[in-house]
Design a protein around this ligand. Structure first.
Ligand code: ATP
Ligand code: MG
Length: 399
């Protein structure tokens, strides 16, 4: 039985004059993914995108295509429909043999029909009536509830074929990837930053990522872990460029020359300066971090202000008001949690102070900074960075 995939638009419907730009991005992303999987026809009609397999291989790979469709931002619902001949007997047969097994366990349903081919000899209510009858006779215990059904059975009579489907899964939501410009994600190996990246990507921000390491204090495995996290995000973004910057020299300098209480804050100022330079060079209009207010000493309002004061572009902190529990729920949903909790050291945990400042004074931090070689070390760390392109399909590429 031939199946097609239907993707329902989300808030893109509300866009005015530039709606077509958004639609074009969503279609492009589906097509780019489809190209890796098989030969599919992808087209738009009435707030729905249809993905039709065009040959046997595409039919065989429909599960993979469905998985891909669920990860494209901009669609709120994704479902699979059976395609069949436009003839009521065939349609009812499909409902009884293909759909009924999927409807087992549901208590209530409603049948809906749409006829874009007005030559079809029955009206929509007539089709719904017949289809409803077929469901009632083939699914034990199910009842009709037109107001609040658990599942809606839909029949669409289209130009060449009829589509029969039931049940819709959640799509990725949000707005199309890349429709809000570019942002630089500060990606650590922790739980929070991948979630922050995902949340901004969902709001259309194309991600560029920077990771700070401290080799040999941090290991090669710690870096691979971060690339694995980026890989998980490529389910949504298709590719992410990760810039890996070594902080070893800066950390050794701070260990020997900086007041211990201020170590983390100073380190974060170096990190921010390097990130700003990168954001500038790669046209990123915002910086994204996984900070959550009060979670650790460096995430109090005063501490946040110490890094905030350095930048002239916005810092997006989508997790700022979230509890750890909520963040973990999203991490599990996007498939980063397992990797994030692998036990590898992070550069921020190397030489951590015993009593980090929670209420630092900005002037004091700037004074500390003035005693240290700042710009030179920022330059050097930036110049020696490594670039890795992480792709959803295929191996990572070192540039
Ligand atoms: P995460 O779970 O994202 O590591 P965290 O709770 O451990 O966050 P911090 O270590 O204070 O918190 O880091 C706050 C934010 O700073 C991180 O969410 C991330 O955006 C950025 N950051 C921290 N360490 C690194 C790193 N090694 N490389 C890149 N960014 C980092
Ligand atoms: Mg961390």
């Amino acid at each position: 039985m031939k199946e097609v995939i239907l993707c329902k638009y989300g808030e893109v419907i509300l866009k005015g004059a530039n709606r077509s730009d958004f639609e074009a991005k969503m279609l492009k992303q589906l097509r780019q993914r489809a190209r890796r999987i098989g030969n599919y026809k992808i087209y738009y009609s009435q707030s729905t995108v249809y993905i039709e397999p065009l040959d046997e291989e595409a039919i065989d790979n429909i599960d993979e295509m469905y998985y891909q469709a669920k990860h494209v931002f901009g669609f709120v619902g994704v479902s699979r429909a059976f395609a069949c001949e436009k003839n009521i007997d065939t349609i009812l047969e499909v409902v009884k043999t293909e759909l009924a097994p999927k409807l087992r366990g549901y208590k209530t349903f409603k049948a809906e029909s749409k006829r874009s081919d007005k030559r079809f000899p029955m009206t929509s209510p007539e089709i719904s009536g017949e289809v409803g009858g077929a469901v009632l006779s083939s699914v034990p215990g199910i009842k009709v509830d037109v107001r609040n059904p658990e599942v809606i059975v839909r029949v669409e009579i289209r130009e060449h074929e009829a589509f029969v489907h039931a049940g819709q899964e959640k799509g990725a939501g949000g707005i199309p990837y890349g429709s809000s410009g570019r942002g630089l994600l500060l990606l650590s190996g922790g739980i929070d930053s991948p979630v922050a990246g995902y949340m901004m990507a969902k709001r259309g921000v194309q991600l560029e990522a920077i990771h700070f390491e401290s080799y040999p204090y941090t290991s090669e495995r710690a870096k691979e872990k971060v690339l694995d996290l980026a890989k998980a995000l490529t389910n949504y973004t298709m590719r992410i460029r990760v810039h890996v910057v070594s902080l070893t020299k800066i950390q050794e300098l701070l260990r020997d020359n900086c007041e211990e209480d201020y170590f983390t804050l100073m380190l974060r100022r170096y990190m921010m300066a390097i990130s700003l330079k990168l954001a500038h060079d790669y046209d990123c209009e915002a910086i994204i971090t996984g900070e959550s207010l009060g979670q650790v000493a460096s995430q109090t309002m005063k501490a946040i202000n110490v890094t905030n004061s350095m930048t002239d572009i916005p810092i997006f902190r989508p997790l700022i008001g979230m509890d750890k529990e909520e963040i973990i729920r999203i991490a599990r949903q996007i498939g980063t949690f397992e990797t994030s909790t692998l036990p590898f050291e992070d550069c921020c945990t190397v030489f951590t102070p015993r009593h980090p400042k929670t209420r630092p004074e900005l002037e004091k931090v700037i004074e500390e900074q003035n005693h240290l070689p700042f710009d030179e070390l920022v330059e050097e760390a930036y110049r020696t960075k490594e670039i890795i392109v992480v792709k959803q399909f295929g191996e990572n590429k070192f540039e």
